[in-house]
Design a binder for this molecule. Structure first.
Ligand code: ADP
Ligand code: GN1
Ligand code: MG
Length: 368
């Protein structure tokens, strides 16, 4: 499946050896990912090539500068502690013109490439609590390693990314008002569900304003499939998908991981009886995350870990619902009701987290 267009893109990167194959890969909702295989010095060399979603990322220049500066910082830190920088962080490949990304003029599309993390695999669901704990360690370590990185040197490529009240007031409510897709009558109960939580949405943002919560360099998209596991040991080796590395809260990273990985079902499961918050997974992730980064966090951060899990789930559900009402213009969907199914799924999880909030808070207290 190698059309001329994609071959032209491949020819514009400094890949080593002879081209063998290119195929679509992965299950992200935003970028279009390809696995590219070359043959070099008697061995297969695999790369990831991605077409960036220019509708989502309006500042590709800023984004690519962010990921190059973060990964080069991480390489140095990883070398210092004697780790393997080729496996523990992303290794980007420049274009033949020595640029960070390639623009295909024919259709104004944008591409970047990096080395496929050797002997690694990603998962949409953790096979057991230990695997999920390992992802907590990986994202906690990511925070810890970047704790010395200058927050002000990072461009905020998607402003208000986890600003839940902003998303409610500036995206969700206007979408409901405009009803661009004409689908509003099919999702009234879901709209009411979001409105019911409006008063709780600014809890974290107001604590940033009051100085109680520190802004850090965070990943902001800590889904389980954004970390690569060693294919044999099933331990995490490398955090990937660095497009949203921006100033944020440690709580966003914790909460988003719980949203995706501590659910007993996939993000788009339509049998809502299957969707629950698994407290054993919650505990395992919290142990991993706090074990790596906990000593850097203040008490307000620790006290809000359980609430942040609910808030990130609510925010994500609200974003899926907003996109459904807008007519599916942001997230990649596979069928017309996909975003609504995702939203319903997330709201079921929010309701379950609400019911289990005291237990989640107790779990965090027991770990500290
Ligand atoms: P998206 O922004 O669309 O989610 P990702 O950067 O997460 O894109 O990539 C999609 C998938 O491609 C990942 O879930 C993972 O399976 C695979 N992938 C991405 N980068 C690498 C890499 N460097 N090595 C191995 N697999 C990767
Ligand atoms: C998108 O790119 P991906 O699939 O890792 C989205 C996240 C959402 C997630 C929901 C840039 O993540 O914010 O939480 O889908 N990324 C962007 O699954 O909007
Ligand atoms: Mg991803």
């Amino acid at each position: 499946m190698c059309d001329n267009r994609i071959k032209k893109v491949i020819d514009n990167f400094k890949f080593k050896g002879d081209f063998v194959d290119v195929r679509e890969f992965g299950s992200g909702h935003i970028n279009k990912t390809y696995l590219v295989t070359f043959y070099n010095n008697g061995a297969e060399q695999r790369y990831i090539l991605q077409q960036l979603n220019a509708n989502v990322f309006k500042n590709i220049d800023g984004l690519m500068k962010n990921v190059f500066s973060v990964t080069s910082y991480l390489r140095d830190v990883i070398k210092e502690y004697g780790g393997d920088p080729d496996r523990e962080t992303l290794h980007y490949i420049k274009t033949v013109d020595d640029k960070e990304y390639y623009r295909l003029q024919d259709d104004d599309s944008y591409y970047r490439a990096y080395v496929f993390v050797r002997d690694s695999i990603s998962f949409n669901t953790a096979e057991n609590a230990d695997m999920f704990k390992s992802s907590g360690e990986a994202f906690g370590k990511f925070q810890r390693l970047l704790s010395g990185f200058d927050v002000d040197s990072i461009t905020e490529t998607i402003p208000h990314f986890h600003d839940t009240p902003w998303r409610y007031n500036n995206e969700f409510l206007p979408a409901v008002k405009a009803n661009a897709s004409g689908r509003l009558d099919t999702c009234q109960a879901e709209v009411e569900f979001v409105n019911k939580y409006a008063q709780q949405m600014d809890r974290l943002t107001s604590m940033i304003e009051s100085g109680e919560l520190p802004v850090r360099v965070t990943h902001n998209d800590t889904k389980l499939n954004n970390v690569m596991f060693d294919k044999d040991t099933k331990k995490c080796v490398c955090v990937i998908d660095l497009d949203t590395v921006m100033p944020g809260l440690a709580l966003y990273d914790f909460g988003d991981s719980i949203r995706f990985g501590a659910s007993t079902a996939k993000e788009d499961e339509t049998d809502l009886d299957k969707v629950e918050m698994d407290l054993d997974y919650f505990k395992a992730y919290a142990e991993g995350f706090l074990g790596e980064a906990g000593e850097h966090f203040n008490q307000a951060e620790k006290d809000n870990l359980a609430f942040a899990s609910l808030l990130m789930t609510l925010e994500c559900g609200m974003r899926f619902l907003t996109d459904y009402i807008n007519g599916d213009v942001y997230f990649r969907t596979e069928y017309p009701q996909h975003n609504l199914d995702r939203a319903r799924n997330q709201f079921k999880l929010v309701a379950d987290m609400d019911a289990k909030m005291e237990q989640m808070e107790q779990i965090i207290k027991n770990i500290q």
